[in-house]
Design a protein around this ligand. Sequence first.
Ligand code: 13P
Length: 247
Amino acid sequence: MRRKLVVGNWKMNGSRVSNAQLLAGLREAGPWNADVAVCPPFPYLTEAALALTGSGVALGGQDCSAHEQGAYTGEVSPGMLADLGCRYVIVGHSERRTYHGESDLLVADKAKAALARGVTPIVCVGETRAEREAGQTEAVVKRQLAAVIHGLGHCCGEMVIAYEPLWAIGTGLTATPDQAQAVHAVLRAQLRAATDRAAAMRLLYGGSVKADNAAALFAQPDIDGGLIGGAALVAADFAAICRAASV
Ligand code: 13P
C-alpha cells in the first residue's frame, strides 16, 4: 500500500514571525502516519529547516531552475535546494505555467534537474475550466504528463504527480472525489505504460482541499495524498488534513 503524502504549498505567503508560529503548531500537532512536507518561499527555507529539525516534517521548494548554476539571475538551482535539506520540489505548478509561461518541456527539464540532485519533483498537471467544459481534460493532462515521462526516461518512476485542476485552485470548488479519481486513474494508466514503478508512485490531488473534504478524496484508490494551498497556512487546518491522510 502506498503511504500517503501531504504537501503544503505556502505560495508567496508568510513572514518570519508567522512562519515560526505555523511550524511550531505543526510540530505540536504531529507526528502523523503519513509523509508530510511544507514548501515555504525560498528566503525562509533555512529557518524552516531549523524549525522542523527532528519533527519528521520534510521540506520542499516551490520551484527550481532547470540549470545547475551560472548566470541565471533570480533562479534557484536544485543543488541549492538539496544543500538546504529539501527533499521535494514542486515543478510545473499552474501558477508558474500561467504567469511565467512555463512550457511542458521546461517543466520536464526542471524535473530532470531536480532528480539529478536527489530532490523529488512534484510535477503538477491540470486543466482549465474551459478545457474541462470542452471535454479536453484527459488530453491536456496526458500531454503534460507525457512531456515529463519522455524527459525523465527510466527515472520517471521517481517523481510524484499532483493533479490540480485550475478551476479548483483557491476557488473553494473542489473536484468531487469521483472527478479527481477519474483523472488519477488516467494518469496511473499512462504511468503504467511507462514504468514498472507506476503502482508505487504517489499521485496527489490539489485544489481547495480542506479539513472537511480531505478524507473523502484520500479514500479514492488512486489518490495518494494532497497538495494543499490555503489550508496549509493554518496549523490546525493543515494538521487535520494530515490526520485525514493517516491510516
Ligand atoms: P488551494 O488549496 O488554495 O486551492 O491551492 C491548491 C494549490 O495550488 C496547491 O499547490
